[in-house]
Design a protein around this ligand. Sequence first.
Ligand code: ARG
Length: 492
Amino acid sequence: MRSDQIRQGRLSGERSADLEHFLASMAADRWIAEADLLVDMAHLLGLSRQGIIDEAPARALMAALLDLHDHGLPEEAFDEHYEDIHAGKEAYLIGRAGEDFGGRLHMGRSRNDEVATCIRIRLKQELIALVQSLAGLRRTLLDVAAAHTETVMPGFTHLQHAQPTTLAHHLLAYEQAFSRDTARLREAYARVDVSPLGSAAFASTGFPLDRDYTARLLGFSRPAPNSMDAVAARDFAIEVLGDIAALMTTASRFCEELVIWSSAFVGFVHLDDAYCSSSSIMPQKKNPDVAEIMRARAGSAAGSLIAAITIVKGLPMSYNRDLQELTPHLWRGVEAARQSIPLLSGMIATAAFNTERMAAEAGRGFSTATELADVLVREYGLPFRTAHRIVGRAVRHGSLDIATLEGAAREAAGLSVVDLGLTEERIALALDPRHAVAVRTIVGGPAPAAVAVQLTEQEELLARDRAWAEETDTALSRAFEDLISESRRLIL
Ligand code: ARG
């Protein structure tokens, strides 16, 4: 084992494997190892361009970095003896190029700005990927909704039959939420998109680094304006975890509904077998395990958010090692969302909705009573509160036929709805779930025409989000390609 180049000077002694393991961030550092190589190349190009490093060590270092980029980092760089990938990689470079060359890369740099830059690079990539997978989920929701604008089903409040709606209206409610989740991630991206590189430990450096240049090389919009904030800030991670917790909460609610809908009590949906598991003892069982695990993952994501906030809340400026402990929570949250969203999309795309069961339940539990009360108001001139009381009393008596309504009107309001002109036919129309849906044509409503407007608007929003993801992804990939080409030019 090579001795640890960072401890050698100031500290003595060997440490136990347990202690090294306790301190190490190697497992989470696999998330940022590739980004770290890009950061090294950008830093080295910056040193070279500013004349801070001579040509010979610059070329030797760049050759080694490109080799690592092309062939991957060796496992020895991830040895926990080095605490983190930054130290492990530096030890490898020194071993390979000799200290006279290998020992010159870390000029004007600290692991503090290095790690913050790496996290932001990887997180930007993950945010783009998340927006893209959310776009896939929204595509599925819009397609299934478009096919079900006439599929009447019961809507619920308090999980009690409340009013009829359509499956399209219900699915679009989720699509709305997922489009807001997308907007939040896009807004967060703008705040992640600043480069800490050049901030060094926190007080920047006396070397004349060009922070604009390295920020540009790494595809950042600009350097972080304050070097202390640059290394100390993790609110960008908290923000993304908050966005992910919100997104996973939406996914979890959807999963909860799929669990309810797929139960034999309800029977609104048959989930594809691929998304279900069986029982080790009960041979007949088909359980919605994917939806259940996803519902639980939302809890874990919320836990990651709370962990991140709690880790940061007591920290003085600037870098504290506690921050290392936050990063795995960030990746855990990212991973939860990254895995869940495509699965949720697949689960919905392959689900078989039982539209007959939905239609049969749509009018149950007097779910059209509101429409009947509205008719008494609109067509027979009653105050809403009076109509509400009459219909409510009729429901208490167990029926909405004309005789019961008439009795209820006399009893609860001292009037006759028959005298007002109410007929069996008018009642029947008001109680038809399709009619109740059809008259709800105002903005946001479930009537097919109103849903068509929502579909059009959401299609446009989706197209804009997709375009953003594509453009941002292309720009970022191009920056990295340019960085590699620039690096290769250095050793020509
Ligand atoms: N592994 C560390 C982290 O994730 C990198 C920064 C270490 N800095 C330090 N001063 N020990 O935060």
